[in-house]
Design a protein around this ligand. Structure first.
Ligand SMILES: [Zn+2]
Length: 240
């Protein structure tokens, strides 16, 4: 029987956990525990999934949900997490860098979020390295679980479910404008170029920054920061 308890979740939590309010910590732990118990944890090929891997992945995914009411479970579409030892190679036709374009060559990935209730794939080597170096602003666990939140309304379009149509309009205006600007410029010194792949990647990449380098994201892209803060119901820049 795996140990899936709060002390382990706390021990594996990112430093940000210590900055959360008591309410946020409680929601973090509730959602994290649910993720640990509701998910099938599988290893790819030669990987034996350890408790430490499960705790680390769940504790980082839980940070994204620390603002969400515990009356509902936000990761309803996460059924299976498959841990790979290193870079994931996928083959077959997949959506390419532009809308409507498919690519068929091998793809080298640190993670992937299957559509619908498809599995989350994570390259443990990359995840562990990024977890150990949070200030770099890159974290494949935040990235893939942000995709899962985006997909809760059925579409991987870079806009997660929002309370009102006004919120949706503001989201499309703000993130759309900044996404297109990144597409024109390639990189902006903070948001990495991968975010220009499509709106879903823009949301996932800016979500990584929101939880790792929130003060810089707020400075450079205050409107994007505000939209993400509204959605996640957290203000990590103010916690710093
Ligand atoms: Zn992605």
């Amino acid at each position: 029987m795996r140990a899936r308890t709060r002390p382990e979740l706390r021990a594996a939590a990112p430093a940000e956990f210590g900055r959360l309010s008591a309410d946020e910590q409680e929601r973090f732990l509730v959602h994290g525990e649910r993720l640990m118990t509701n998910t099938r944890w599988e290893g790819a090929r030669d990987v034996a999934v350890t408790d430490a891997m499960i705790h680390t992945i769940a504790a980082h995914a839980a940070l994204l949900t620390a603002g969400f009411d515990t009356a509902t479970y936000p990761y309803l579409n996460v059924r299976t997490v498959i841990v790979h030892a290193r870079t994931i190679v996928t083959r077959g036709a997949q959506p390419g860098p532009a809308r409507g374009v498919m690519t068929s060559g091998p793809q080298y990935l640190a993670g992937q979020s299957g559509h619908g209730r498809g599995p989350v794939l994570l390259d443990w080597q990359t995840a562990a390295r990024q977890v150990a170096d949070p200030d770099r602003g890159v974290n494949v666990i935040y990235h893939e679980f942000a995709h899962k939140l985006d997909q809760l309304d059925g579409a991987a379009d870079g806009m997660p479910p929002l309370p009102t149509s006004d919120d949706e309009t503001a989201w499309i205006q703000t993130l759309g404008t900044n996404y297109r600007r990144l597409r024109r410029r390639g990189t902006d010194g903070l948001v990495r170029g991968y975010g220009a792949t499509n709106p879903a990647e823009y949301f996932a990449v800016t979500s990584e920054l929101f939880f790792t380098r929130p003060v810089e994201l707020r400075e450079r892209h205050p409107r994007v920061y505000r939209r993400l803060a509204d959605f996640y119901r957290q203000d990590p820049a103010r916690r710093r």
